[in-house]
Ligand binder design. Structure first.
Ligand code: ADP
Ligand code: MG
Length: 273
């Protein structure tokens, strides 16, 4: 507890001392999850109008991208103009704004609409079925990510993996910067569960796999891993579903928890003898 690490049972402490693979969710776990709007490229309307449509459609969402769009818009959202909101996990949101059908999200959400491929997190916008432009959003990698990953290697973890619903280009860029062994992009929440199941079945006997996430769209994955760990800054559902909770956003807590687990194992073995 002094380290801000909550381990919900002796079995997880045991599993932590045999970790071989650590799988991370990207947004909010490896990155700060604090997004800021960078550029607005409107097609067929003004920049301000595009941003207004996007902010209104995202009026009810608590996704970090939605929050950044509302912040960039800066004015109060009049919810009387927003209805029929449908949020699709890992894709984005569609809503009726001022009588117009507005979709805000990634290329997958745009379906057959022709939209440019942009490196980095991008919110594409369509209005009444026509492409209306895109807004680029930057998220920062946590400053301690690279250090925590090399600590994990020193603690005996063989493989680090990043999963994300983000697009290939954005994922590749982040994975390279952090120094992660493998990454899988374009995953919907169900795809993350499948990936983790695949990694679990490829594990050596006795080796354990941990998944670390913030719980936004990934609570089912937390439940499926040998050790599901939640960064405490994340969603309540994650803290509920997790076996281990890191109360602070720092990634150093992961290698630290492995070391604590190992020392605990040694002490209890000595006591038995
Ligand atoms: P990650 O897998 O990196 O944690 P999510 O699963 O939360 O990210 O979302 C994956 C992608 O889906 C985002 O990068 C974004 O392109 C899109 N997306 C999800 N929710 C929204 C939203 N409310 N508004 C815009 N885009 C969204
Ligand atoms: Mg996420």
């Amino acid at each position: 507890s002094r380290q801000g690490i909550l381990i919900k049972g002796g079995n997880y402490l045991e599993a932590l001392s045999h970790l071989d693979t650590v799988v991370f969710d990207k947004t909010g776990t490896l990155t700060k999850g604090v997004f800021r709007v960078q550029e607005i490229h409107a097609a067929g309307m003004g920049q301000e109008e595009l941003l207004r449509f996007a902010a209104y459609a995202e009026g009810y969402s608590n996704h970090p991208i939605a929050v950044s769009l509302r912040e960039a818009y800066g004015k109060k959202i009049d919810h009387a103009f927003v209805s029929d909101v449908r949020e699709t996990a890992g894709q984005g949101v569609t809503a009726l704004v001022d009588g117009h059908t507005v979709s805000v999200g990634n290329r997958r959400l745009m379906g057959k609409l022709d939209c440019p491929e942009i490196a980095g997190t991008t919110a594409h916008v369509s209005v009444d079925g026509a492409y209306a432009g895109y807004i680029t959003i930057a998220d920062e990698v946590k400053p301690d990510a690279t250090g925590a990953l090399s600590e994990l290697k020193r603690a005996g973890v063989e493989k680090t993996v990043m999963l994300t619903g983000d697009e290939e280009a954005a994922a590749r860029e982040a994975a390279g910067r952090i120094g992660i062994d493998e990454f899988y992009a374009g995953l919907l929440p169900g795809g993350k569960v499948e990936k983790v199941e695949g990694l679990l079945s490829a594990q050596k006997a006795g080796a354990k796999l941990a998944f670390v996430g913030d719980g936004i769209n990934d609570a089912p994955v937390l439940a499926g891993a040998d050790v599901g760990a939640a960064m405490g800054s994340g969603a309540d559902a994650a803290i509920e579903a997790a076996d281990v909770v890191f109360m602070r956003p720092s990634l150093d807590a992961i290698p630290k928890s492995i070391k604590i687990a190992r020392i605990t194992g040694v002490i209890s073995a000595e006591n038995v003898v």
